[in-house]
Design a protein around this ligand. Sequence first.
Ligand SMILES: CCCCC/C=C\CCCC/C=C/C(=O)SCCNC(=O)CCNC(=O)[C@H](O)C(C)(C)COP(=O)(O)OP(=O)(O)OC[C@H]1O[C@@H](n2cnc3c(N)ncnc32)[C@H](O)[C@@H]1OP(=O)(O)O
Length: 248
Amino acid sequence: MGVAVIKLKNPPVNSLSLEVLTEFVISLEKLENDKTFRGVIVTSDCPGIFSAGLDLTEMCGKSQAHYAEYWRAVQELWLRLYLSNLVLIAAINGVSPAGGCLMSLTCDYRVLADNPKYNMGLNETLLGIVAPSWFKDTLVNTVGHRTAERALQLGLLFPPAEALRVGMVDQVVPEDQVHSTALSVMAQWLAVPDHARQLTKNLMRKPTADRLVKQRDADIQYFLRFISRDSIQKSLRVYLDKLRQKKG
Ligand SMILES: CCCCC/C=C\CCCC/C=C/C(=O)SCCNC(=O)CCNC(=O)[C@H](O)C(C)(C)COP(=O)(O)OP(=O)(O)OC[C@H]1O[C@@H](n2cnc3c(N)ncnc32)[C@H](O)[C@@H]1OP(=O)(O)O
């Protein structure tokens, strides 16, 4: 039925490095241009981890030019996924904080494995950083304003039952059924004529995407100013050190 699977593979935690973002956009573009494909299942090849989100090492101790290139790549992937003409289904087979969660929120449907460790949410505030307005918009469009407001301020990571309750995911299923469920949901979405579904998706999503498109460069400048602050760099270093020391 013309369904591709994109399996994220950047061990150990599928962080969204510049390289991963770039390759993801290229793969998606190829699938968009190949008319034999109508749908994509986005999943992970790293056991227990869907994606650890944006790669913190790309946002810490690097040059301004690097930050700008990185942020443009983050914007690009979000825009491509959010406005994709393909049916995108996230088969979430692991934990998905921050950018990992955002990536799944750009999909048309989310199936999450029922494992209490597989938390998801936009936890940026817990790192001492702030989810940009388009991250916030994506969450609001999924779970509504009040739930998003509380989740964003508190940096909440929702376990599966809670994620389902607030509407962050559409289905929670046993871990060994995530892929088969994604496939049967895909069949249902592909039964709808493409042109009607695509126009409807565009109608729903374009106003949100346009807000970023209209101010992409300003958004990059804002990111540069924010990420270059000493206090933010310090927060990120402390957070990364904590992650590294966990093992020791
Ligand atoms: C109003 C205007 C605002 C403007 C704002 C502008 C900008 C700021 C916005 C930026 C938005 C940010 C979005 C993000 O996505 S930030 C990333 C958030 N991610 C996380 O908080 C997850 C952190 N990771 C974990 O919690 C865990 O690693 C785990 C995913 C649960 C997996 O746990 P485990 O299997 O135990 O693995 P380890 O913790 O031992 O990690 C293995 C190695 O991987 C490194 N790691 C982990 N996460 C990341 C990451 N996101 N980026 C880079 N590296 C990561 C970890 O340090 C370990 O490294 P090591 O082997 O060298 O020790």
